[in-house]
Design a protein around this ligand. Structure first.
Ligand SMILES: [Zn+2]
Length: 407
């Protein structure tokens, strides 16, 4: 169900607040003014833009221009202008998708009787998933939105965000100034549909760190605390990591981002350990080199990738400390490739860290571990022993010779 009235109101409010966005340099400014701009969003289906274009001269031709605020491509649509200047355009939002809870900016251009093209001021509006009757509650910079469950559920979600921030404070720099919006769907299907309508594949919770928005699926009920205190900190960690790394966030390997986010979950998934054990036995563990750009698309391997990353990053932190993790995000942020970032930060290439983790944490190839750990000592021992043995053999031989000679 859509709530166009609410949106119209918000769009107008934003119209009053937003000054302008950079306008095309070649376009003359002024000349046209936009009145009564409204936007009706039918999430994942359609966006209807309506307005009245006022101009001092007759309008020869007019266009509507719009794009996601973080996009570089602008959509341009020619609009028919009625005698009173009214224009309306309905965009098929099921074709070219905008992410849920992002912002869209639009403006108009009109060629007037003087053959000059004029550009209006821009208007930004929220592209929210308005199919649900969202309720909201805010504490500090965090707002939770939910539609199933009572006030206590919303308060519990805010508590989970607060404890999550406290827990991640020693791992990640937590920013409390910029707003965070958490949307809690009551079931996985609703969340899945939302992401699908927004053109994204579902992998569990979902964070859009750039927007400061996270989406999770948690049903009110007896298990809610466990899920709130795991899923909310995880998604918040992505947002806080983004805020501390900014343009270096996208350069991080997927296993590192997911590993850190999984480490701040209060109740890590109990099935992770079993998944690791099984994959270890079957020899189906994934190589971390293959988890740098993205996680596997199929659900089973994606689950294993999360389980491995959580265990692997925990192992790295235990071995090299929080400062080691910091050096790692710095190295990757500086553009080191996946294998060498680890060498730069920790003195060990990724593939070697991978096999040490398999050996130390999963107990694989224990003979290999023993041999490698002992190898320097064995070499030293050989050096220490062989030289004198050689010497004594030599001495023995000489003695024998002498004995034979003296016979
Ligand atoms: Zn994640």
């Amino acid at each position: 169900m859509s709530h166009p009235r609410k949106l119209v109101f918000r769009a107008i409010m934003i119209l009053l607040m937003v000054a302008s966005i950079p306008l095309g340099a070649s376009q003359a400014q002024g000349g046209i003014e936009v009145e009564n701009a409204t936007v009706a969003v039918n999430f994942g289906q359609s966006i209807t833009f309506s307005a009245k274009i006022k101009s001092s001269m007759p309008i020869k031709q007019a266009s509507l221009l719009f794009r996601g605020v973080n996009e570089t491509v602008t959509r341009v649509e020619t609009v028919q202008v009625a005698e009173d200047g009214s224009v309306s355009f309905t965009y098929d939002a099921s074709q070219n998708l905008f992410p849920p809870f992002s912002s869209i900016v639009f403006w108009f251009q009109a060629t007037l009787a003087d053959d000059q093209t004029y550009t209006s001021a821009a208007i930004t509006f929220p592209y929210d998933d308005n199919r649900f009757p969202w309720r909201e509650m805010t504490r500090d910079n965090v707002t939770v939105h939910w539609y199933a469950g009572d006030d206590a559920f919303g308060a519990a979600a805010l508590d989970s965000a607060a404890t999550g921030m406290l827990a991640m404070n020693e791992l990640i720099q937590v920013s409390l100034t910029e707003p965070v919006n958490l949307y809690i769907y009551s079931n996985v299907t609703d969340l899945q549909n939302t992401l699908m309508l927004g053109g994204q594949e579902w992998v569990g919770g979902h964070a859009n760190p750039e927007l400061g928005v996270a989406l999770v699926a948690i049903a009110p009920g007896s298990d809610q605390i466990k899920e709130l205190e795991s899923e909310i900190p995880h998604e918040l960690a992505h947002i806080m990591l983004y805020r501390s790394l900014r343009d270096k966030y996208d350069k991080q390997p997927a296993w590192l981002l997911e590993g850190i986010a999984s480490m701040v979950e209060r109740y890590p998934n109990p099935d992770y350990a079993r998944a690791l054990e099984l994959a270890g036995e079957n020899g189906s563990l994934l190589a971390f080199e293959d988890l740098c750009t993205a996680f596997p698309a199929d659900a089973g391997n994606a689950f294993l990738a999360y389980a491995q990353s959580q265990s692997f990053v925990t192992y790295i932190r235990k071995t090299y400390g929080t400062s080691g993790l910091g050096r790692l995000t710095n190295a990757y942020g500086d553009g080191f490739p996946c294998e060498l970032g680890a060498t730069n930060a920790l003195g060990t290439p990724l593939s070697q860290l991978d096999s040490r983790w398999r050996e130390d944490v999963l107990g694989q190839n224990t003979l290999g571990v023993a041999t490698r750990n002992l190898l320097p000592f064995i070499l030293l021992l050989l050096l220490v022993l062989i030289v004198p043995i050689w010497g004594s053999i030599d001495m023995l031989a000489q003695r024998r010779k002498r004995a034979e000679q003296s016979k």
